[in-house]
Design a binder for this molecule. Structure first.
Ligand code: SF4
Length: 237
């Protein structure tokens, strides 16, 4: 698990303070240090938390009404230091049951798309704009997206991807704050908070509309070219 540099520095500073205090008090037990660290971490600001800490916090979230109908929060999966992040719209039925984004047939198709990019789930980070399943798979409402921004923004800050690929109309329109149809958002680079953003079809849509797969592979090829350009410039690990 990735530990932020700021946390390492913070931990070193804390450790030093504990040792001095313990020396004055005449106690130098590791248990005392561990207890204090646990207490400090419990109330730690977001900047000192890891992605796992954040997922744990989100797992009990009730900031919007989707908490009443979900089975579980679907936080995100993959490499917490990924250079490439995929973002879909919201968990579906299978994701809601399993607690993982993009499972089932759509997930398998996403895996094949990743394979075409010479990637897999361990090398990228995958999440949705909102973390709980809307009833009957309806589009997320603006108030739900707004509420879930609390988690979305922190995930993005922690992973700090160098590129984002938005999967499907809802994710694209939500993140890019656009009413434009997916067709006009595809095929050109966008920007989200300084991060290059690419748009393509959602794998579930491709399963319903297999004729669009060719366009999807074109999107993947262009995404791959950008990844290779970043790789050759040394910007992508
Ligand atoms: S969708 Fe997001 S904001 Fe709403 S309950 Fe789930 S985790 Fe919380």
């Amino acid at each position: 698990m990735h530990t932020p540099v700021s946390l390492l520095a913070f931990e070193a500073e804390k450790s030093s303070d504990h040792k001095q205090a313990d020396a004055v008090a005449g106690v130098t037990t590791d248990a005392a240090v561990t207890d204090v660290e646990a207490a400090v971490m419990e109330g730690a600001p977001a900047s000192f938390k890891t992605l796992d800490d954040l997922a744990k916090d989100a797992s009990t979230c009730r900031l919007c009404s989707l908490a009443d109908t979900r089975n579980q929060v679907v936080f995100g999966v993959g490499n917490p230091q990924a250079d490439l992040m995929f973002i879909g719209e919201a968990p579906g039925q299978e994701e809601d049951l399993k607690g993982e984004p993009f499972v089932g047939r759509a997930g398998q198709l996403l895996d094949r798309m990743l394979h075409a990019l010479k990637l897999d789930r361990e090398k990228v980070y995958i999440m949705n704009t909102i973390k709980c399943r809307p009833p009957n798979n309806r589009d997320p409402r603006p108030d739900e997206v707004q509420a879930c921004n609390l988690w979305f923004d922190q995930q993005l800050d922690m992973v700090q991807p160098k590129m984002i690929c938005l999967l499907g109309r809802v994710a694209a329109q939500t993140i890019l704050q656009s009413d434009a149809p997916l067709g006009s958002l595809r095929g050109r680079w966008h920007d989200y908070q300084g991060i290059p953003v690419w748009v393509t079809y959602h794998p579930a849509y491709l399963l319903r509309s297999p004729r669009q797969k060719e366009k999807s592979w074109q999107d993947m090829r262009q995404l791959q070219q950008r990844i290779q350009a970043l790789n050759s410039s040394g910007a992508v690990a």
